[in-house]
Write a protein that binds this ligand. Structure first.
Ligand SMILES: NC(=O)N[C@@H](O)C(=O)O
Ligand code: NI
Length: 172
């Protein structure tokens, strides 16, 4: 199977099958703190309690991979959600595939965040490990610590060729 992924802009509707957008621009807010602060309330839920899991907050500092990128694998977290919030405002890529026993390479979708949009992968959603586009980019991560295996990785056979190029980046 040969496929070059088309990179799509990140919108709540497009990302809905995979999780939540953590994005002020597409969220409601209400005023708090005597009218000095907007609260963009509950953009996503932290779903990590299965099997005695607890929510944790971490920072990832990521190095960009080489492009064009051949997608060799996808992973999922069967016991919990995983949120990525960009800390430095840089665009980054997101690769996801629908929940299934194994990731369907033909169903992989690529999105680009404008650098102000975070994502919260729902439990069990197949995704590629973080894809920074800027050297040493930083992300706040909210995911799960606890017992049990919470990371399934599936490597594609050599017959599967899924490419990600930056040539046709949607201007965002
Ligand atoms: N392994 C790890 O903590 N990171 C991945 O889950 C990822 O999605 O980047
Ligand atoms: Ni992950």
């Amino acid at each position: 199977m040969n496929k070059t992924l088309k990179i799509e802009p990140l919108t709540p509707e497009a990302f809905k099958p995979f999780g939540d957008l953590i994005d002020k621009e597409s969220s409601e807010f209400f005023m708090i703190n005597n009218g000095s602060t907007r609260r963009y309330h509950r953009m996503a839920d932290v779903d990590v309690a299965d099997n005695g899991g607890e929510p944790i907050i971490s920072i990832f500092q990521a190095t960009p991979l080489q492009y064009p990128l051949s997608i060799k694998m996808m992973e999922r977290h069967p016991l919990g959600s995983q949120a990525f919030v960009p800390l430095l405002g840089n665009p980054y890529l997101i690769l996801v595939a629908p929940k299934d026993d194994s990731p369907d390479p033909s169903a992989i979708r690529a999105f680009i965040s404008n650098g102000k949009q975070g994502v919260n992968y729902h439990k069990g959603v197949w995704h590629h490990p973080v894809l920074a586009l800027t050297e040493q980019d930083q992300f706040l991560i909210v995911d799960r610590a606890g017992p049990g295996n919470n990371c399934d990785e599936v490597y594609f056979s050599d017959k599967v060729q899924v490419e990600l190029t930056l040539d046709d980046l949607v201007s965002i």
